[in-house]
Ligand binder design. Sequence first.
Ligand code: ADE
Length: 234
Amino acid sequence: MRITILTLFPEMYGDFLKTSIVGRSIARGIVSVDLVQIRDFAHDTYRHVDDTPFGGGAGMVMKCQPVLDAINSVRTPESYTVLMSPSGTPYSQKKAHELSGKSHLILLCGHYEGLDERISRHVDEELSIGDYVLTGGELASMVISDSVIRLLHGSIRPDSAEDESYENGLLEYPQYTQPADYEGEQVPAILLSGNHEKIRKWRLQQSLVRTRERRPDLFGRHELTGEERKLLDR
Ligand code: ADE
């Protein structure tokens, strides 16, 4: 997979692209990530990429020409272009899976007060990573790249992606590691029992109870199986 990030602040990505699973996936050739400076497409001497809004108001708006020229310099028929925007569709694990199937993702990061609305007609989708406003789309593009890259074949062990929060519509069960007794706080005895079936049921029950308590919205959308109903009745 190829990811191209269009941004005014490529320096924000340095450590992100070198570290941990993302860094390793790039080093192994599972994904390539290119950073494109939108300002390189500005034509005037001062390399302006923004201007004042028509109709008045505070702040600056990113102009069509440099942004669309930047998109067109990297776009191919296989590209899927996503605009990072607080007004976009909410991003989700389901969308991460969808994007991980694309061969070329273009992630466009806005800055200042926003982008000229005409730019949005040239993208496939607008995505928001949450109901808050960032100073720009860069962090959002890192969130999306990170969550997509870890789903690519060879990035992480397939079973570690499967068991996690959101993969089955539920939050993840609690995990513990050594020591079994930490200053008097014990690991649940069932996890030391060696009984795999009992451990599986306990984890599923913990996931269900946690989701019901912490994320009633997710729990309401989850269709309970017969086994899950029984575990909740206990
Ligand atoms: N740009 C600014 N805020 C954003 C958000 N919440 N999601 C995506 N892009 C953004």
